[in-house]
Ligand binder design. Structure first.
Ligand code: CS2
Length: 498
């Protein structure tokens, strides 16, 4: 079988072997600028949009992908070489793969090389939506001060050199300023990150920055920019070298960076698009009035569930999520956590069948074909815990509910932050706060509570006696008996309490 590089020129040659876009990409204009064109955007929004573009009458919702950070060169170069095309490999539950070339990314820019082009693109009249996947930490929110973090040196840089920004806040400010000056239409800024009230968060953080950088723009933003909240979902592991090889072997298509994901996908969006939007509902997205309950459910069950499996699994020595969830003691722990500590905090979920949702999560986590990396899940835990786990703790404490299991997870994270698993093997910890976490973790060996002193993560939790007692107890138990044995103990305690 002859191998073909994936690019526009070769599309017709590979069309017999792989599903390719059935629309004329040269006719598609950019209506969406997306910042952070990583795996998740490519398995989710770009996928939905590709499906939509198969309706030949829709030509104005193509995507321009922005690689924002210095280390995003690889994705930018790949997109450039492949004319924005990439393969989405859906790993089905039965072990088969559904491969499809996605065509919705019709432009791409590398911000560090050409910041002006990025600002101009964001400010161009045909662009109606600027969407974001900039990760949980990208919003520059400080948990301790509950405010925008002006201490960040990159933010300081953007304030000093507004014409050559480095952060999303600097870029958006410049682009919105141009839109205002040129009398252009407003725009929607749409967060696709895992944050409760992600639209509110985006708005609050942006306005904090603009208040300092360009105060005269505040009123224009209030009336011309909308920030819909959304719940986004599709498990998208990091692409492994084998995924690339396997695609070549089975299809003869050489794609330098395909995206792998699970079959499940969900996108629940508040219908608040000031400059119009694609009819994503025709390809499976849900538009609702209030997305908050969906977000809460997903963040505190799925994302927190991931962190539970990731941290406990890493300590035991596993490398993928399915290994962790297929350990019956760990999955029993996760079930207990979801039922006894998370569920009471979720409030009214309308039409959602929570029992079914939780069951489906266990099934999705257990998909042995996905091989979602524990390293990926545990990365940037310092940004994830305050969003995924700690809101449950706070809500439970307010309602006098139990926090034993959440405290156990935090204790396991403190031990994880020492940098070794229980077999003495070193862990790959990728976290913007890695050094601080490690420093506190070392001090916590003699006095577990010290780990909770990181206020930018835990706020004032160190002062809550109930939580500290449960946490300290769990910490000691894990150190003395190891994760599995202490998970079994805590599972049987929960059983007795029920
Ligand atoms: C994961 C998410 O990063 C994480 O910790 O929980 O990436 C998760 O896989 C997605 O949100 C699924 O929609």
């Amino acid at each position: 079988m002859k191998n073909y590089k994936l690019n526009s020129e070769n599309l017709s040659s590979i069309s017999e072997r792989i599903t390719i876009p059935q629309y004329d990409r040269t006719k598609i204009k950019t209506g969406i600028v997306h910042v952070g064109i990583g795996g998740f955007h490519r398995s989710h929004e770009a996928f939905y949009t590709d499906q939509l573009l198969h309706d030949q009458s829709i030509t104005d919702w193509g995507i321009c992908g922005i690689a924002l950070l210095n280390f995003d060169t690889r994705i930018y170069n790949t997109l450039k070489e492949q004319n924005g095309l990439y393969t989405l490999i859906v790993k089905e539950l039965d072990g088969t793969h559904t491969n499809r070339v996605i065509g919705s990314v019709v432009e791409y820019l590398y911000a560090p090389e050409n910041p002006t082009a990025v600002v101009e693109k964001m400010a161009s009249p045909e662009v109606k939506i600027i969407s974001l996947t900039i990760t949980e930490g990208g919003y520059n929110y400080n948990e301790a001060t509950k405010a925008f973090d002006f201490g960040n040196s990159l933010i300081q840089h953007d304030l000093d050199y507004p014409e050559a920004p480095k952060t999303i806040f600097g870029y958006l400010t410049q682009a919105l300023k141009l839109r205002k000056e040129r009398g252009l239409n407003g725009v929607t800024i749409q967060s696709c990150d895992n944050i409760q009230g992600n639209g509110h968060m985006t708005k609050t953080m942006l306005l904090s920055y603009v208040g300092k950088a360009e105060p005269s723009l505040m009123a224009w933003i209030e009336s011309n920019v909308s920030f819909p909240n959304a719940m986004v979902d599709r498990i998208t592991p990091a692409t492994a070298p084998n995924d690339i090889l396997n695609l070549i072997k089975t299809t003869g298509v050489h794609d330098a960076w395909p995206v792998v994901c699970e079959p499940f996908k969900q996108w629940v969006i508040e219908d608040d698009f000031i400059a119009g939007r694609p009819a994503w509902e025709t390809v499976g997205a849900q538009f609702v009035e209030n997305v908050e309950p969906y977000e809460k459910m997903k963040l505190s069950l799925l994302n927190a569930g991931h962190s539970v499996l990731g941290i406990l699994g890493a300590l035991v020595g596993y490398s993928t999520i399915d290994e962790a969830v297929n350990n019956p003691n760990i999955s029993a722990f996760l079930n207990n956590y979801m039922d006894t500590e998370v569920t009471p905090t979720l409030g009214d979920l309308d039409s959602i069948n929570l029992k079914e949702y939780k069951h489906s999560l266990l099934e999705r986590f257990g998909n042995i074909n996905i091989k979602d990396q524990i390293d990926r899940i545990c990365s940037e835990s310092s940004a994830k815990f305050p969003i995924f786990v700690l809101p449950t703790v706070n809500a439970q404490l307010i309602g006098n509910g139990t926090v034993e299991l959440a405290a156990f997870i935090v204790a396991a994270w403190a031990i994880y932050s020492l940098g070794n698993d229980e077999n003495g093997k070193s862990l790959i910890i990728k976290d913007a706060m890695e050094l601080q976490l490690n420093e506190k973790a070392k001090m916590a060996v003699n006095n577990p509570k010290v780990f909770l002193e990181i206020e930018s993560i835990f706020g004032q939790l160190k002062n809550d006696k109930t939580f500290v007692a449960a946490y300290t107890n769990a910490y000691k138990n894990i150190v003395a008996n190891g994760v599995e044995k202490s998970v079994m103990d805590i599972n049987s305690n929960v059983l007795n309490e029920i």
